[in-house]
Design a protein around this ligand. Structure first.
Ligand SMILES: C[S@@+](CC[C@H](N)C(=O)[O-])C[C@H]1O[C@@H](n2cnc3c(N)ncnc32)[C@H](O)[C@@H]1O
Length: 338
């Protein structure tokens, strides 16, 4: 979890609890089935422990709502939780760390959430935190020397020409369209979906994206290593991070185009004061998130050196983050299946 993510997530929890209390109509949801089971999916769950906290928060909020609206005389629903991630995710670690005192049935669901993962109308609640900023693939134009979007000398779109940004934005729109189509089939009418992801304020230039600033530090650390002959220029030119930070306006447009969901909340939430952020935290979280794809492309032998350099840059330049996070850096989107 990124250092910008933690406090903002607490904010999100309050809003998710309130929305469940107000808008998650358990009776209507369960009326279409003879079962008394609420089915929840966490998409892009990784190996824990954040996923366990997220699903427990949802279950607590649903149980509270149920007790308040129906009274203790009614049979509290049972919960079935589906933990989803790529097939390469270490589901063994996930399963062995499941809370022993959990009050839900657990299952793992392998596969990309940019495809159907569940039967039609089988889910009541979908949650996804810090996962759908990952694109399904690196857009091909970024690697094509004949394209205006060839991303030479950079590893991301922050500070890149408009053509590069447009290619990233188009891939995000395509992926999000697929994501919404799949979820609209899987969720029952009245079902809810909570999406938490890095976000950027409407109208703010992508060069001012705080997440992008971190990728710039990573990119310039790699370029320094090219200059010292530790890696080749070609290796950097052919590496692009498939992550996109969207604005509320972009998400709204895609949800409206899909047409199956009402937007209950879409909000750019404030992150923890950057005054308490430090280079060590930034480095730890960047390494946790990026080590896999960097090792795959450059080889694992460069990792320690790269993140030492990244750490130094972050310590020196962290003050640049302050002006970029005033408007918030986390998007909370709560949708209801119409
Ligand atoms: C930064 S982690 C977030 C983990 C956890 N949700 C949290 O909030 O701490 C992102 C996770 O999303 C997963 N992910 C990214 N793209 C995915 C996709 N298309 N389908 C399924 N999982 C995906 C990654 O494998 C990774 O485990």
């Amino acid at each position: 979890m990124c250092f910008l993510q933690k406090a903002a997530t607490n904010n999100a929890k309050t809003m998710v609890d309130a929305t469940i209390a107000e808008k998650f109509d358990i009776k209507v949801i369960l009326s279409s089935t003879s079962s008394n089971t609420i089915r929840i999916a966490d998409l892009g769950c990784s190996v824990g422990p954040n996923t366990f906290t997220s699903v427990q928060n949802i279950i607590d909020a649903v149980q509270n709502k149920y007790l308040q609206s129906e009274g203790p005389a009614y049979r509290i629903p049972e919960f079935h939780v589906f933990f989803n991630d790529h097939v390469s995710n270490d589901f063994n670690v996930l399963f062995t760390s499941l809370p022993p005192d959990r009050q839900y049935f657990a299952a793992g669901v392998p596969g990309s959430f940019y495809s159907r993962l569940f039967p039609e109308s089988s889910l009541h609640f979908v949650h996804s935190s810090y996962a759908i900023q990952w694109l399904s693939k690196v857009p091909e134009e970024l690697l094509n020397k004949n394209s205006k979007a060839w991303n030479k000398g950079r590893i991301h779109y922050t500070s890149a020409p408009d053509e590069v940004i447009e290619v990233y934005a188009a891939q995000f729109a395509k992926d999000m369209t697929t994501f919404l189509e799949a979820r609209s089939k899987e969720l029952v009418v009245g079902g809810m979906m909570v999406l938490i992801m890095p976000g950027i304020a409407n109208g703010i230039a992508h060069s001012d994206d705080p997440v992008g600033l971190m990728f710039n530090f990573l990119g310039s650390s790699l370029i320094d290593m090219v200059k010292e002959g530790l890696i080749s220029e070609d290796q950097v030119d052919s590496f692009n991070i498939p992550v996109y930070t969207a604005s509320a306006r972009e998400i709204t447009k895609l949800v409206e185009k899909n047409g199956c969901f009402s937007i209950e909340i879409i909000d750019l939430t404030l992150s923890r004061s950057v005054a308490s952020a430090n280079g060590q935290d930034c480095t730890m979280h960047m390494r946790a998130g990026m080590e896999g794809i960097i090792s795959k492309h450059f080889g694992s032998e460069i990792i320690d050196e790269l993140f030492d350099r990244f750490h130094k840059k972050t310590e020196e330049l962290l003050y640049l983050l302050e002006s970029r996070t005033k408007e918030g850096s986390q998007l909370l989107v709560i949708l209801k299946r119409k």
